[in-house]
Design a protein around this ligand. Structure first.
Ligand code: PLP
Length: 313
């Protein structure tokens, strides 16, 4: 199976992959009250390193706050240590890391109070999320008929499992229509984000991205803003409309799974030259350097698995 590994960190213990099961009567499975993160580890000259691990764990704990979970069974540091150890035990150079918080007991009355919460983590070897050609060629997207969540219906800052039904509806619709990805508009009709990525527009060498109100605060988004500013680009957060996408010089998306990918076509309209533009290419390279430990100034974004474990011993 594509997700298979040797061990899973299950509720505080490292267990063989095939023993990593949870019970059918886990209410999070029924009501979507899981909380997850998507994190990646990359090969570097100093062995595997996890990109912005502490920031991802912090966002996961803040997602738990958003859902109202009060007592998590492990500290952020304990989850951090478990993830590094799990990568080492699975002997993976490059992998995807999926922690999940879930309600193990209780939650049947649709309240998160008086529940027992657990956390588990799986890691597995990763393949390109938007296909092998996406990095070089870019992908094709459409505007989804499904709007992004209203922030007061489900919280857009939380990576809460149930929120992702919105992404699943949009992505399924797009792929069935022959596209690679869906762009969702917010409830006011402005551009929000894609199903698993944040979105950027380039116009006259200025980089624009929708404000944070209706989007997930992507860690890649933040990294790209920093890298772009390092390179001297002006980056602004501003409300963007659908037609601003059509007339952009470039549109690209960012996310842990996808990384930095150009949208070469939107709604059957060619964007810019119809292939990856120069700003996207520059940022894609800067990001690749950062995740693979080739950037001196952003080396603090990486947690080197073996160094971190040795320091903790
Ligand atoms: C809806 C949504 N937007 C944006 C992102 C990008 O976030 P990140 O860069 O932290 O992976 C993701 C991925 O987790 C996502 O699911």
């Amino acid at each position: 199976m594509a997700f298979e590994s040797k061990y899973v960190w299950l509720e505080g213990n490292f267990v063989p992959y095939e023993k990593a099961t949870i019970h059918f009567m886990t209410s999070s499975l029924h009501y979507g009250t899981g909380i997850f993160e998507g994190i990646r580890s990359y090969a570097t000259a100093h062995g595997p390193a996890v990109f912005r691990l502490k920031d991802h764990i912090k966002r996961m704990y803040r997602s738990a706050d958003i859902l109202g979970l009060s007592q998590l069974p492990y500290t952020e540091e304990e989850v951090y240590d478990a993830i590094l150890k799990l990568i080492e035990m699975n002997e993976l150079e490059e992998c995807y890391i999926r922690p999940l918080i879930y309600i193990k007991e209780g939650g049947w009355n649709l309240s998160v109070d008086n529940t027992t919460v657990e956390i588990s983590v799986a890691v597995w070897k990763w393949t390109n999320y938007l296909g092998d050609e996406a990095l070089n060629r870019g992908v094709r997207a459409n505007i989804s008929s499904f709007p992004r969540h209203h922030p007061n219906i489900t919280m857009t800052k939380g990576k809460i499992a149930g929120n992702y039904v919105n992404s699943v509806l949009a992505k399924t619709e797009s792929v069935r229509a022959g596209y690679d990805e869906a762009i969702m508009l917010d409830p006011n009709g402005n551009v929000s984000e894609c199903t698993g990525e944040n979105l950027f527009v380039v116009r006259d060498n200025v980089i624009l991205t929708p404000p944070r109100n209706s989007v997930l605060e992507g860690i890649t988004r933040q990294s790209i803003i920093t890298l772009a500013e390092d390179l001297g680009y002006r980056v602004t957060e501003e409300i963007l409309t659908r037609d601003q996408l059509y007339i952009a010089d470039e549109v690209f998306v960012t996310g842990t799974a996808a990384e930095v990918i150009a949208l070469r076509e939107i709604d059957r309209r060619k964007i810019g030259s119809g292939s990856m533009g120069p700003v996207c290419a520059t940022l894609q390279k800067a990001y690749s350097d950062a995740i693979h430990g080739r950037s001196v100034i952003h080396d603090d974004w990486l947690d080197y698995v073996y160094t971190a474990i040795e320091q903790n011993v």
